[in-house]
Design a protein around this ligand. Structure first.
Ligand SMILES: NC(=O)c1ccc[n+]([C@@H]2O[C@H](COP(=O)([O-])OP(=O)(O)OC[C@H]3O[C@@H](n4cnc5c(N)ncnc54)[C@H](OP(=O)(O)O)[C@@H]3O)[C@@H](O)[C@H]2O)c1
Length: 300
C-alpha cells in the first residue's frame, strides 16, 4: 500500500503521538527547527474513535509514535501493572498502526532494542544482533510486550520500526541514560549499544519522509561500556565525578525486572542512511561530541 506523500492541503505534515513524552518533545523541536508542519497529540492509542478523530482532524502524512508505557520511576513498574502495560504497548501500538494503515498514513514507531541479551553466539565484544534475529530477552515484562508487538507490527507495510536503546540527550534530563547512570549509587559495567538522540532523531525524519518501512536497529555503530561512558563524562563534563561499580548479581538484588544488555548490528541502518548522504558516528566518537555539546551549553 502506498502511503500519502502530501495531505488534503497538499502538504507534508507530522503528527507526534505521546505528545508530552521525552522523545516526543525532542522530535517536535527538531521538526520545528527544520521548518516542518508538526502537531502533537496525547490521545490514547488504544481508543480507536479518538485515534481516528485525531487523524481526520490533523490529516497527517506521517505519524511518529513516541507513545508507550515505560513505567515510573522505571520499567519495574510494568511488572506490577501488566494489564496497563499491555493496553499501551500492545493494544495501543497496534491500534494506532492499524488506524494509520486504514487512512494510508506512514507510521514510525519509536520502539526498543532491549529485546536481546548477550548469548554464546553474541558474546561481549562479538557480533551484534541483526534485525532478523529472534528476541531472546524476556527478563522484563516491558521488554516482553515490546518484542511481541514488533513481531506483529512488522507485517504492517506502512510501519517503520526503529529500535532505540538507552537513549541519550545533550542535557542531563532524568530520562537520559547518562543522567540515570550518574545518579545510581552503583553501576554495572557492560558494553551496550546506545542511541545518541542528536545523531539518530534527524535520521528518523529522513527515513520517514522517504517512506521507508520495516525494522531498523536504531543505535550508533559499536558498543560502549558504562565505565567508558562515565570516564568520558568525567573527562569532558565533570572532572570531580566518581562512581562505584557492582556486579550483575548484586544489581539483580536491587531491581525487580531484569535489564537487557546487548549490542545491535547497524549495517542495515548505516547502509540505508548512506543512500541519503547521512552518517551516524561510532558510539565513542558520538559520546565525545555529545559531551562537548553538553559542556558548551554550560552543563556541569
Ligand atoms: N527512554 C528510554 O529509555 C527508551 C528506550 C528505548 C525505547 N523507548 C521507547 O520510546 C518511546 C518514548 O519513550 P520516552 O522515553 O519518550 O517515554 P515517556 O517520556 O514516558 O513518554 C511516553 C509518553 O507516551 C504516553 N503514553 C503512554 N501510553 C500511552 C497510550 N496508551 N496512548 C497515548 N499515549 C501514551 C505517556 O503519557 P502518560 O504518561 O500520560 O501515559 C508519555 O507521555 C516509548 O515507546 C519507549 O518504550 C524509550
Amino acid at each position: 500500500m502506498a502511503t500519502r506523500i502530501t495531505n488534503g492541503a497538499g502538504r507534508k505534515c507530522f503528527l507526534i503521538w505521546g505528545g508530552d513524552g521525552w522523545i516526543a518533545g525532542h522530535l517536535k523541536v527538531l521538526l520545528e527547527s527544520q521548518g516542518k508542519e508538526v502537531h502533537t497529540t496525547t490521545a490514547r492509542m488504544e481508543n480507536r474513535d479518538a485515534v481516528f478523530a485525531e487523524l481526520d482532524r490533523v490529516q497527517p502524512t506521517h505519524v511518529l509514535n513516541a507513545a508507550g508505557c515505560t513505567g515510573r520511576p522505571n520499567v519495574d513498574w510494568c511488572e506490577d501493572n501488566k494489564e496497563a502495560t499491555i493496553r499501551s504497548n500492545v493494544i495501543g501500538t497496534l491500534n494506532l498502526a492499524d488506524c494509520c494503515f486504514v487512512r494510508g498514513i506512514h507510521c514510525t514507531v519509536f520502539a526498543t532494542g532491549c529485546i536481546y541479551q548477550y548469548d554464546s553466539a553474541h558474546p561481549w565484544g562479538g557480533p551484534g544482533f541483526f534485525e532478523t534475529d529472534a528476541a531472546n530477552f524476556a527478563g522484563s515484562f516491558y521488554s516482553m510486550t515490546k518484542a511481541h508487538v514488533e513481531e506483529i507490527l512488522k507485517h504492517y507495510n506502512n510501519c517503520l520500526i526503529l529500535r532505540l536503546r538507552m537513549p541519550v540527550s545533550d542535557d542531563l534530563h532524568p530520562r537520559s541514560f547518562v543522567t540515570k547512570i550518574t545518579k545510581y549509587e552503583h553501576v554495572v559495567d557492560i558494553p551496550n549499544s546506545n542511541t545518541i538522540l542528536t545523531d539518530l532523531l534527524p535520521a528518523s525524519i529522513l527515513l520517514a519522509e522517504h517512506g521507508e518501512v520495516g525494522v531498523y536497529n536504531f543505535v550508533n555503530p559499536g558498543s560502549i561500556s558504562h565505565n567508558e561512558v562515565l570516564s568520558l563524562f568525567r573527562d569532558i563534563v565533570r572532572p570531580s565525578f566518581t562512581w562505584k561499580n557492582f556486579s550483575i548479581e548484586e544489581q539483580s538484588k536491587v531491581i525487580k525486572a531484569g535489564r537487557s544488555n546487548c549490542k545491535l548490528d547497524t549495517t542495515k541502518l548505516v547502509t540505508k542512511l548512506k543512500e541519503y548522504g547521512y552518517e551516524v558516528p561510532e558510539i565513542h566518537e558520538a559520546y565525545r561530541r555529545c559531551f562537548d555539546r553538553m559542556k558548551a551549553a554550560g552543563v556541569r
